[in-house]
Write a protein that binds this ligand. Sequence first.
Ligand code: SF4
Ligand code: SF4
Length: 107
Amino acid sequence: MPESMKLRDRITIESFRRIDRDVILGAIEIDQDKCTGCGLCVRACAAGSIELKDKKARMRTVFPICHACADCVAICSRKAIRMTRFLEFKKYFRYLDRGQPELPRKF
Ligand code: SF4
Ligand code: SF4
């Protein structure tokens, strides 16, 4: 860990209990005209942040957590979803030894 890290940060770095405070979450936009309501993106989202409402996909309105994996973008054959914001860490974070962020996976 960097020497300049404050004690308070050392204590909280392992925790996602205050994820809304420590991280600016990712965000997506769903084109309602293109969406057919197939539900694939709902099943693909590991964060459980997309839901079907009136046969259209949308982000959950209550505390949606988007970790910007872009799986929903890749799986939508209608190209109805686009990422509008990537994750932004406000403080320190750990590298998971996976190199630089990559483009969305293709299915
Ligand atoms: S995968 Fe695309 S078309 Fe299917 S529900 Fe999601 S946004 Fe709509
Ligand atoms: S980018 Fe990933 S976490 Fe965010 S809504 Fe899409 S599937 Fe869910």
